[in-house]
Design a protein around this ligand. Structure first.
Ligand SMILES: Cc1cc2nc3c(=O)[nH]c(=O)nc-3n(C[C@H](O)[C@H](O)[C@H](O)COP(=O)(O)O)c2cc1C
Length: 353
């Protein structure tokens, strides 16, 4: 089946396609060193919450796979990694399992491996309420991610060509589904205008899925042997910018997840300082898991420690303090944000205390 062989191809190409070529923008975001932090490593709390769900730390393993017999083992291993690292985890799109019940176990195995984990179901924005509820129940998920991937679909030869009605369906899911709805992009980012409309539709969280990391337009082009125009290769809103765009319009009750090309603890702390409540990664986990589950767990544990170190260096004992920490944005990212009326803000001014 086409959908099933696609899952394998995505995992394969995610290991060979480079990030970008669009840059995430984090090179333009600068945290300020605090030489008098007044705290130590033991004082730092990484606790956070997304969509009303308490998390011990902000690292999430984002949607990757499921839906083909050959990827069941990968999903099981991902769940073991998530459990060992204490991460919330999203599964890949469950649509295949709504069409073909024989692959449901490739998703439900994640709950078997991680019985007390925070798990997110995942579907596209074209699904019905019944389909969404079925996906949630299959995983006993605490939330549903709805992925937006217009760029990928347009490049995918067998992809969708009609994207009408998404917002109305999302609003209806928000009203009737038994769990909170998270809307995520998959590498092209979100602008403030769309984030505002999603917040008005009542979503519990936004995952900006910005540009600069795993590039699904490039993956689809590689999968079908197409040459993509350079503008399309670099299409999307860089992750750092998308995070600021989203934060500027989100009401405090809606959680913000930064993702798309987050590769270092520094990228993650910058995301959190820009206002994110959590950070999510996909491509690097696939790459490390291809070596061993142990590598993936160690990478996540090291990130967690380095995030804590960087928070001490910023004098931030928790995420609320990091949200208020001063930062400077330079270069193209500042230029973009200035043009959009989003920078400078009070946090880039010298504090009077
Ligand atoms: C192999 C692979 C498969 C993916 N499949 C899905 C999917 O089914 N649904 C989804 O919402 N996102 C999917 N994604 C996108 C990721 O969740 C994430 O948004 C994107 O890869 C950007 O993050 P990254 O740069 O850390 O990889 C997939 C990513 C990878 C690497």
């Amino acid at each position: 089946m086409l959908r099933q062989s696609r899952k394998m191809a995505h995992l394969r190409h995610a290991q060979t396609q480079p990030d970008g070529p669009c840059q995430t923008g984090f090179q333009d975001v600068h945290l300020l060193h605090n030489c008098l932090p007044g705290i130590g490593m033991a004082d730092v709390s990484l606790k956070t919450a997304v969509a009303g769900l308490a998390l011990p730390h902000p690292l999430i393993i984002n949607a990757i796979t499921g839906g083909a017999p050959d990827v069941a083992q990968t999903n099981r291993a991902l769940a073991q990694v998530a459990k060992a690292a204490g991460c919330a985890m999203a599964v890949g799109s469950q649509y295949a399992s709504l069409e073909d019940k024989s692959v449901r176990h490739t998703f439900s195995c994640v709950r078997e491996e991680y019985p007390d984990g925070v798990l997110f179901a995942n579907l596209g924005a074209h699904v019905s309420l019944d389909e969404a509820q079925e996906a949630v129940e299959m995983l006993e998920a605490q939330a549903l991610q709805i992925h937006l991937n217009v760029g990928q679909e347009l490049v995918m030869q067998e992809g969708d060509r009609d994207f009408a009605g998404y917002l109305d369906r999302i609003a209806s899911l928000v009203r009737h589904l038994s769990v909170p709805v998270i809307v995520k992009e998959t590498g092209c980012g979100m602008g403030a205008e769309q984030v505002r409309r999603l917040a008005e539709a009542g979503v519990a969280a936004i995952d900006v899925g910005g540009a600069g990391g795993t590039n699904f337009l490039a993956i689809e082009a590689a999968r079908s042997g197409q040459m993509l125009a350079s503008e399309l290769m670099a299409w999307g809103i860089p992750t750092a910018i998308s995070t600021v765009e989203a934060k500027a319009v989100l009401p405090p009750a809606v959680s913000l997840i930064a993702s798309g090309g987050l590769r270092t603890a520094s990228d993650m702390v910058k995301s959190l300082a820009l206002g994110a409540h959590a950070v999510a990664v996909a491509g690097p986990v696939v790459q490390r898991l291809a070596v061993s589950a142990e590598q993936a767990v160690q990478w996540l544990a090291a990130l967690r420690y380095e995030i804590q170190q960087l928070m001490v260096l910023c004098g931030a004992e928790n995420l609320a303090a990091l949200h208020a920490a001063p930062l400077v944005i330079t270069g193209q990212t500042a230029e973009w944000l200035r043009a959009r009326g989003l920078y400078p803000d009070s946090r880039s001014a010298v504090k009077q205390s």
